[in-house]
Design a protein around this ligand. Structure first.
Ligand code: DGJ
Length: 729
């Protein structure tokens, strides 16, 4: 069992392979303090770290300075209003209008395994793989119970945390802030790693020092967003890819979030994460409870790369549920950049015919197949096939595609409604809006009110009806604008601020229904590219579209940032045509293939129109995908060099779990005048095995490959790439 309770000292200790997490009850009053999170230690009595014997400290011994205690003590779950003036996790408003919340330890339980979180995505594990501690805290005066839940994945150095808040009083209580996690670290000598971006520039890595005051990132867009990301890591100053301590936190949630790192007056660092308190409140009537989404905390003493590999293993084995999670995905061809809205059955079939000859396995029909949608300004919500474009309907097209030996997939944007749609004309109140105000349009569309049961049911049936009508094996679920004008005709005034979270719960519910009715469906989430690439969505779909930017160079940075947390098996990546539709750059077709190989792999171009030279390369790329995908999908990922940092080249590798095989991807982004070759050192191999470099036949020990490295010749030109495949002898 990875959890022990030292009953004499009232200390909880959670152990995994390399890490220990300790928190404890500080005194008879019941303050719960954070004691330690870091490299594994054997002792349970580390209460001296709480400094309770350093007077004047514990209120029971020094009540006169109670306020100082509140403002100093490393609270396990800090609350607002009592005198802890740092960032808090919980703020309430009682019937009388007061905001003070004072939580003290009441009881706890420890058990094997992990319970699901109702209505929310969450990691899972068997009784052998994980154990859970639940600590019940109470504010007796307010009649509030708060259950802090910690699941330790014993082999993975992971702790999954969430909180349940129960109104045990006879009056209403409103939550105005309900975060999932607080982590107190000793000292401020740390760096923060976070991910930021924009449309077509998702998840760029940022690193900077922890300072006094609060660093804050978050989203209030109703989705995790292109701009910010529900992840941050606090690292030791000396942390590199391969060394140093790293605490990674990732929110398993797809809506508004906040993540904060606060350097405090006494040189401690407080990290908090959870649902963004803006546009949030939750009314709990007597007996009702609120469950926060979970935060995954990863500890690594093997640098940033160690953290990454732990997240990958956790998500591949304990979050993604799809039957596809351990399978090679069909190589798809998507018609978006090939045709945009200008397509019909004939055109799609001509693409499919050519694609099937080249070894491509699935045709995906993107936006524009329904209602009167010939542009992006109408018809969202009208999920009936446009028979002018697809005469004979969907079934005819799908059957023809199937006859070619290909699977068929389809695009939807179920959360949206165009003002110019039959659905809007029938139900203008279904769009999110504030009465009396014209809602703000984005891409000429509004967002449907997913907090309302009848709308969820209607949307579900519209999508499911299409899926039932033909042999559709893949769905791309898109979402092309953020939420605004928050308001629902289904909510009472005192519940309007529940809308953002209720929207996300509605989204989760409808996707859950979808995968229950269509268990073999391959679902790919997408949001204008990668605005909702988060752990929450991975619970429903094994892959997520990474970015609308398929330029091979830009993708290196986008995929590096994404892979900081999420497994390569989940990253939607395609080869598109050049000049690239977003940045206008020309890169070799081979390089685009190497870069897309680090994700799910597919094509997004008109295969009937590209040059013969490029087309001839597709069968080779298809073979390359089949040769390497098992390794890429299941192996350990190591970053060697990032083009984002050195502005010259990029290199990463994937090593099989048994260390018998590895694949290095090297991209020479910019040719450098007057240079011959470049040395790179491989990672993650076995020191004691000999490896053959497939391309040259050279045999070298793992130790040599990792310490002395290999020389990569000048590839003569910009944007050139190569793969290096090494196999144990
Ligand atoms: C945004 C997606 O990211 C694209 O791939 C494409 O599906 C368009 N939406 C369609 O509107």
């Amino acid at each position: 069992m990875g959890i022990v309770f030292n009953s004499e000292k009232r200390v909880f200790k959670l152990d995994s392979a390399n890490a220990s997490y300790l928190c404890g009850v500080a005194d008879e009053e019941g303050f719960l303090g954070h004691i330690y999170f870091g490299k594994k230690v054997p002792d349970t009595d580390l209460t001296y770290l709480l400094r309770i014997n350093e007077p004047p400290f514990v209120p029971s011994q020094n009540n006169r300075e109670r306020l100082s205690f509140y403002d100093t003590f490393p609270m396990e779950y800090p609350t607002a209003g009592i005198g802890d003036y740092r960032e808090s996790c919980l703020r309430i408003r009682t019937k009388s209008g007061h905001e003070v919340c004072h939580l003290l330890y009441e009881s706890h339980e420890i058990r094997q395994g992990k319970e699901a979180l109702p209505g929310l995505p969450a990691t899972f594990g068997t009784q052998e793989e994980c154990s859970t501690l639940k600590i019940t805290m109470a504010d007796k005066a307010a009649g509030l119970k708060v259950i802090l839940s910690y699941t330790v994945f014993e082999k993975l150095d992971v702790i999954a945390r969430s909180v349940k808040i129960v109104n045990a009083s006879d009056d209403d209580i409103t939550l105005t802030r309900a975060l999932s996690v607080c982590l107190e670290l000793d000292g401020t000598d740390y760096d923060i790693l976070s991910l930021h971006g924009s449309w077509s520039r998702e998840r760029r890595i940022q690193r900077h020092a922890v300072r006094l005051g609060t660093y804050s990132t978050g989203s209030v867009r109703g989705e995790s967003s292109h701009q910010e990301h529900p992840f941050l890591a606090v690292t030791s100053k000396d942390a590199t890819e391969d060394m140093g301590e790293v605490y990674g936190l990732n929110f398993v949630y797809s809506g508004n979030f906040t993540a904060q790192v606060q350097g405090t007056q006494f040189d401690n660092t407080r990290v908090t994460m959870g649902i963004h308190p803006d546009h949030f409140s939750w009314l709990l009537t007597p007996g009702q409870e609120f469950q926060t989404p979970e935060v995954i905390m990863v500890y690594s003493c093997e640098g940033i790369g160690g953290m990454t590999r732990t997240f990958h293993d956790l998500y591949r084995n304990h979050l993604i549920r799809s039957p596809y999670k351990n399978k090679k995905r069909p190589i798809l061809i998507n018609n978006w950049e090939a045709t945009y809205f200008d397509f019909n059955t004939e055109k799609l079939l001509s693409i499919a015919k050519e694609a099937s000859k080249l070894g491509i396995e699935m045709l995906v029909m993107d936006d524009g197949w329904f209602g009167k949608r010939n542009l992006d300004n109408c018809a969202l919500g009208d999920w009936t096939v446009n028979e002018e474009k697809l005469p004979g309907g969907l079934k005819r097209l799908v059957d023809e595609v199937n006859k070619l030996g290909m699977k068929f997939g389809i695009w939807f944007e179920p959360e949206m409604i165009s003002p110019d749609s039959d659905l809007y004309r029938a139900h203008p109140d279904w769009a999110i809006q504030v009465p009396g105000k014209t809602p703000t349009m984005g891409r000429e569309q509004y967002v449907l009110d997913f907090s309302r049961r009848e709308i969820l049911d209607y949307v579900y049936e519209s999508v499911a009806k299409v899926l039932r009508s033909a042999n559709i094996e893949y769905v791309k679920w898109d979402m092309n604008r953020s939420l605004s004008d928050l308001g629902s005709f289904g909510l009472s005034p005192e519940r309007q601020s529940e809308f953002s979270h209720r929207y996300v719960l509605g989204l989760y519910e409808i996707q859950e229904r979808l995968i229950q009715e269509f268990p073999n469906l391959l679902l790919e989430n997408c949001s204008g590219g990668g605005a909702r690439f988060d752990a929450g969505m991975l619970f429903y779909s094994p892959q997520i579209w990474c970015s609308d930017n398929m330029d091979a160079v830009e993708r290196l940075t986008i995929q590096q940032g994404t892979a900081m947390v999420y497994p390569l098996s989940a990253m939607g990546a395609h080869v598109s045509d050049c000049p690239n539709h977003v940045v206008g750059r020309n890169t070799p077709f081979e390089t685009r293939g190497y870069v897309a190989l680090a994700g799910t792999f597919g094509y997004e171009l008109d295969v009937t129109k590209i040059s013969e030279e490029d087309r001839d390369l597709i069968p080779e790329q298809v073979a390359m995908y089949h040769k390497y995908n098992d390794l890429v999908r299941t192996g350990d990922y190591y970053r060697i060099a990032g083009y984002g940092e050195n502005h010259l080249y990029d290199a990463y590798m994937v090593v099989a779990k048994d260390k018998k095989e590895a694949l290095v991807t090297y991209i020479q982004v910019l040719a450098r005048p007057n240079y011959h070759s470049r040395r790179i050192r491989l990672k993650g191999l076995s020191e004691n095995l000999n490896y053959r470099i497939e391309e040259t036949g050279q045999i070298l020990s793992g130790s040599t490959l990792m310490n002395a490295g290999i020389q990569i010749e000048n590839l003569q030109g910009d944007f050139k790439g190569k793969l290096i495949h090494v196999l144990a002898e």
